[in-house]
Design a protein around this ligand. Structure first.
Ligand SMILES: *Cc1c(COP(=O)(O)O)cnc(C)c1O
Length: 443
């Protein structure tokens, strides 16, 4: 397994992360357990912030909190000088409860409710990223009711298709998100928004996809956005102060993945901006980006205990972990690939080809198809790397399995940031109607 960040194999042959022996972590916190390498998260934040600082442009790096949104993560984002994207009242609530500076919160989503708009306006967040015409007029009405002027970006679908998995690409024309550039919807949206008294247009936004390994898509998006900006300026007399290029920066999940260093993505974007806007004699806007996966993805490791196995000669050997699609649905959703290591025998040579299954009642509940491991025993610890993004965030209680705990590890210290769910959590919202209650329970 490729060792990310502070991960290493210690003298006992155990996987160690953030100076903590994973065998000790399993004993102290139980498994499955999400382990986050705090130093690596902070390093990724700094890579973005430093690369933008070097460009001399005004910027905001907004952590797309949907990748992993818990109170402690909001604290890190703030400490590292990031802004924060939220897509729901729940994410907004989390950010507010973490004390995140509200003026640096941006509200996304293609179907914001009136209640969410009210909550965000009352909280005085920095801006809304408006997705469609209905939202544009709803937001104006809610802002008018509150006698507020609300800052907005308009989400543009630039018609750039990033080369990535079909289910997670959003830049192409056939998308549920945003105002289409090609068919004139984007232009109309700016025109309409500029006439709405309670909205202030800050600029435009695009997000061309996810886990992108090249800079071409970003360069093309920059070019299209700038072409659009210059058209809007000359025909509608609206000048954008902000151009937001979204997230989608790729990470290394498995051998053969070749993402670029963060600085190279940022360089391609900032150079394109300076170059194109310079050519058009247009005041260079602030550049915003929204990395999610590339901030937390490779800093996360999920630690499992191996249980049963099933060897089908000539076909496949399944080994089962004490979690599965409930803590990581990405294989079931996208066929995502992962690497793993036996955390308690990390130094040993690999000996057999196995597939890692979860414990859910669902054949699709797999985590890894075909991985070489040492001969595995019941009770061994399996560490799957690169599970920091869209794992805890997408976890479910299918089969009423309790969501794992999350720990941040750093300099030999492990801090619990999310407790393991309890049985009380599992039935906490259940209600038995009075007519179904047993006599004993009624009393
Ligand atoms: C999902 C999303 C992001 C973050 O994407 P990553 O691939 O995690 O970097 C950023 N902006 C928008 C609008 C998104 O939908």
């Amino acid at each position: 397994m490729f060792l990310h960040g502070t991960s290493q194999v210690n003298d006992q042959g155990h996987l160690q992360i953030g100076g903590c022996d994973t065998s000790d972590l399993a004993e102290q916190f139980g498994t499955p357990l999400y382990i986050v390498d705090e130093a690596l998260v902070r390093q990724r934040c700094r890579e973005f912030v430093n690369a933008f600082s070097a460009s001399g442009l005004k910027f905001q790096v907004a952590y797309a909190s949907k990748a992993f949104c818990v109170l402690a993560m909001c604290r890190i984002a703030e400490e590292e000088g990031m802004s924060l994207d939220v897509v729901s009242d729940g994410e907004l609530y989390t950010a507010i409860e973490a004390g995140f500076p509200v003026e640096r919160i941006h509200f996304h989503g293609n179907n914001k409710s009136i209640q969410e708009m009210e909550m965000a306006i009352d909280a005085k967040i920095g801006c809304f990223v408006v997705d469609n015409f209905i939202e544009l007029h709803m937001l104006n009405a809610v802002a008018a009711e509150k006698n507020q002027k609300v800052k907005i970006l308009l989400r543009i679908t630039p018609g750039v298709e990033a080369h990535t998995h079909e289910f997670i690409s959003t830049g192409q024309t056939d998308s549920k998100f945003g105002f289409d550039l090609g068919n004139g919807a984007a232009f109309r949206a700016i025109d309409e928004a500029s006439k709405l008294a309670n909205l202030e247009i800050l600029g435009i936004h695009s997000h061309i996809g996810s886990n992108i390994f090249e800079v071409e898509g970003f360069k093309m998006a920059v070019e299209k956005m700038i072409g659009f900006a210059t058209q809007v300026r000359s025909e509608l007399n609206v000048t954008f102060k902000v151009v937001n290029l979204g997230g989608g920066f790729g990470i290394r999940y498995v051998e053969g993945d070749t993402p670029l260093p963060v600085a190279e993505y940022v360089k391609a974007i900032t150079e394109g901006i300076i170059d194109f806007f310079g050519k058009h004699d247009y005041p260079i806007p602030e550049i915003w980006v929204e990395p999610g996966r590339s901030i937390v993805g490779d800093a996360g490791t999920t630690l499992y205990t191996l249980g049963t196995s099933k060897d089908i000669p000539g076909v496949r050997k399944y080994v089962a972990v004490d979690g599965g699609m409930t803590d990581n649905p990405r294989f079931a959703l996208y066929g995502s690939r992962y690497e793993a290591v036996l955390a308690n025998r990390a130094g040993e040579a690999t000996e057999e080809l196995v597939s890692v299954a979860g414990k859910c009642c669902e054949s699709g509940d797999m985590l890894i198809k075909d991985i070489e491991l040492p001969k595995v025993n019941q009770g061994d610890l399996l560490a799957i790397s690169c599970t920091g993004a869209y794992n805890y965030a997408m976890a479910s209680n299918y089969n009423r399995i309790r969501k794992p705990a999350v720990v941040f590890v750093k300099d030999g210290q492990a801090d619990l940031v999310v407790k393991r769910e309890s049985f009380d959590n599992i039935i906490g919202n259940d209600v038995i109607p009075a007519r179904m209650q047993k006599q004993a329970l009624k009393a």
